[in-house]
Unconditional design. Sequence first.
Length: 244
Amino acid sequence: MLRGSQVPQETTDQRLLESRGDADWVHQDPWRVLRIQAEFVEGFGALAELGPAVSVFGSARTPRDHPDYARAVDVARGLVDAGYAVITGGGPGIMEAANKGACEAGGVSVGLGIELPFEQGMNRWVELGVNFRYFFARKTMFVKYAQGFVVLPGGFGTLDELFEAVTLVQTRKVTRFPIVLVGTAYWSGLVEWLRSAAVEHGTISEADLDLLHVVDDPAEAVAIVTRADADLEAATPESQSSAT
């Protein structure tokens, strides 16, 4: 955790992606590869025995008295009751709410933090936390250890995580799993734009929209994740052979 004067003015991601300047980077990048490798090793080691989990995304700017905060708490409680750990980005807002809901329900509350050029640190409800320097290493953990994604209203970071997840499912880089958007008023405009612009333009298919489930009720979001997970389990060859 870093606060005040200890917060770096430049992040590791910025230094990695910087293309200007002299050729000193030639001598530094090989060592950076080892640091990247270490982040993957640390993440895999910390989460390997986590068990079934769902990643919950949403805005860090959501205040505690906002209805979305309460919805995130309820979503996390429902996921824990259904047998899942809850994974978030470890920060404030929706992330804090989901971690809080998981803790209060007696479940496993995971936070995957990221180095940022402003005040940072895990929220108080994170019980298992891992901090990352690189976004791509952190994103791998969100996907690798989740059986589904629940996405509440958020900004660019949330949209980035959402569309990366949709892309991975659409291209079958990961096994098809549910992506639930909580908040009809917030998400319906985006879905309608995808239908009226992207589908009409031919850049995605109508079937691709079926990857997104838009709901308002936290219990319905949990039910979609649980049902999809059960359907996937029933469809595996191991399950089919044991059933016979």
